[in-house]
Design a protein around this ligand. Structure first.
Ligand SMILES: [Zn+2]
Length: 330
């Protein structure tokens, strides 16, 4: 049975104390990804943090913001031209963030779409999607919620319909996180690669308007995090992320990873990309039809590119396709 492999990237800055620079978090690693994709004749999907673009557009009177807006727009156009998919990623906390003294001040008090009223959500989608559409000249076909915070789906359903977006890729089976403003619970999600749904993204409904293309789940053992920690200590140039910002961290969750198994997903960030071939081979044994990988340009490390190359070679050698989530625009 053939399998489709979708490698997806959330194209964004960091949302911790230091947002990092667009150069290191987005532009440079994505340029490397474009070269890798061209070399192997494959296409990726980029979930673009359109709230950042919306904010940049509001700050065009500041030369630094105007320059970044120009560079990011140029890269997005180039991605689209080369057949990669530009999809919508929404981090609504941009509503409360601002640029001052040469840097972004990120306010994550309202991190989830559910923290805003339905009317506000509609306006956020309208504004964010418009700026992205203006840049690439085509509307998006797929959506991923910032920080996986897609729940409750009923709260954002109309806003997505208004934008004619009917594909979501925010769910990974067994994903569960409750941390201040940041929360999701996918423990009840179906054990499927994709399903139709309507008001609840975890409840299949054959006549629903929406399709979930789920991020492939994966359980990580504590030894993986010990190995990762050691590799980053011993060879940071090879294993540390290219991005120059800081994560929005949940320290309790990080410590837990070192002593118990954690529900994660097929990921190409840093050394996580070492898990891609074993996950893929396991899916093949289960005769699965789709694998959705999630990564971030900001979190790629030098090691990620060689691991991604080995993974893509393996998939292609088996006669399977590495392609974008949504079909190419007509
Ligand atoms: Zn994100």
């Amino acid at each position: 049975m053939n399998m489709t492999v979708n490698i997806t990237f959330d194209y964004e800055l960091f949302f911790g104390a230091n947002s990092g620079t667009a150069q290191k978090c987005m532009l440079e690693p994505t340029t490397q990804l474009m070269a890798l994709a061209a070399q192997h004749a494959v296409q990726f999907t980029f979930f673009v943090d359109a709230g950042y673009l919306y904010q940049l557009q509001q700050h065009l009177h500041i030369p630094a913001c105007a320059k970044i807006f120009e560079l990011v727009s140029k890269q997005l156009k180039a991605l689209q031209k080369r057949g990669h998919e530009i999809a919508l990623h929404v981090h609504p906390h941009w509503q409360d963030s601002f640029f001052k003294n040469g840097q972004w001040h990120i306010n994550t008090q309202r991190y989830k779409l559910a923290d805003f009223s339905k009317e506000e959500v509609s306006l956020i989608f309208e504004n964010y999607h418009r700026v992205l559409t203006q840049i690439v000249g085509k509307p998006c076909m797929a959506f991923r919620a910032g920080g996986w915070c897609v729940q409750p789906f009923a709260h954002i359903r109309e806003a997505l319909m208004e934008q004619h977006i009917f594909t979501d890729s925010s769910v990974y089976k067994n994903g569960y996180h409750q941390f201040k403003a940041h929360a999701y619970d996918f423990r009840n999600a179906p054990t499927l690669e994709q399903w139709r749904f309507d008001k609840d993204e975890c409840l299949p409904n054959g006549t629903g308007f929406f399709t979930e293309l789920a991020i492939t789940p994966h359980t990580l053992k504590p030894w993986f995090y010990w190995e990762l920690y050691l590799k980053m200590k011993l060879n940071p140039a090879h294993y540390k992320p290219i991005g120059d910002g800081t994560w929005l961290k949940d320290k309790k969750k990080i410590y837990k990873q070192f002593y118990s198994s954690t529900h994660h997903f097929a990921c190409c960030d840093g050394y996580f990309a070492s898990q891609l071939i074993p996950i893929y081979q396991n899916l093949q044994r289960q005769q699965r039809s789709r694998m959705v990988v999630l990564g971030h340009p900001k979190s790629l490390a030098n090691c990620s590119f060689s691991l991604l190359t080995a993974f893509i070679n393996q998939v292609k050698q088996d006669g399977n396709a590495v392609t974008r989530l949504s079909p190419t625009y007509i």
